[in-house]
Design a protein around this ligand. Structure first.
Ligand SMILES: [Cu+2]
Length: 186
């Protein structure tokens, strides 16, 4: 082989290696293949939440003593004013996934949430947090409704959702209904 030929072969190898590296980078992204993660966050204040709702309801580890917490009355006041606390959030708000992808929802907040599929976004099962929106049928009955309880997401745990059909899916928290996620399945 001529020297030029060897160079050409070598250059080809570099291009091939670079393409491989790029391809790997693209497929891995933030999530492993076939898995998309959603995080549930909140900033419940353990003192006021647990005084009203029972010990260990709020297990906030977000440094409540340093001000990274919202009292129970403030949470209701903000919701009633139409400016719900953005510390209560699912991230990301929108996902585009391939059919067959598993959704993994992790509760990294201090209190329980639900990840409930709904036909239309609307109110949850706690009137005082709904800002006037009617309770959506999928949230009706609260945890006394087994269908709602099944979508419950406890602190520090995760739920996995598989088998989502192609198209648009809407999920919200039946307690804090401004926590909403759109999932588009291709
Ligand atoms: Cu919630």
């Amino acid at each position: 082989m001529t020297t030029a030929g060897k160079f050409a072969l070598l250059a080809g190898c570099f291009v091939f290696a670079a393409t491989l590296a790029l391809g790997q980078g693209r497929s891995s992204q933030a999530n492993p293949p076939g898995l998309a993660q959603v995080v549930a966050l909140d900033e419940c204040d353990p003192t006021t939440f647990n005084a009203a709702l029972g010990p260990d309801f709020c297990k906030n580890v977000a440094l409540a003593a340093l001000g990274y917490a919202t009292t129970l009355s403030d949470l209701f006041a903000k919701a009633a004013a139409g400016t719900p606390d953005r510390g209560w959030d699912f991230e990301p708000d929108t996902l585009h996934i391939e059919k067959g992808t598993t959704l993994s929802i992790v509760d990294q907040g201090g209190e329980p949430h639900t990840f409930t599929e709904v036909a239309q976004f609307g109110g949850g099962f706690i009137d005082g947090l709904n800002n006037g929106e009617a309770t959506v049928p999928e949230c009706a009955g609260g945890f006394a409704n087994v269908a709602v309880a099944r979508t419950r997401l406890l602190q520090g745990s995760h739920v996995e959702i598989t088998g989502l059909k192609k198209g648009k899916h809407l999920f919200e928290c039946c307690i804090h209904p401004w926590m909403r996620v759109k999932v588009n399945v291709k």
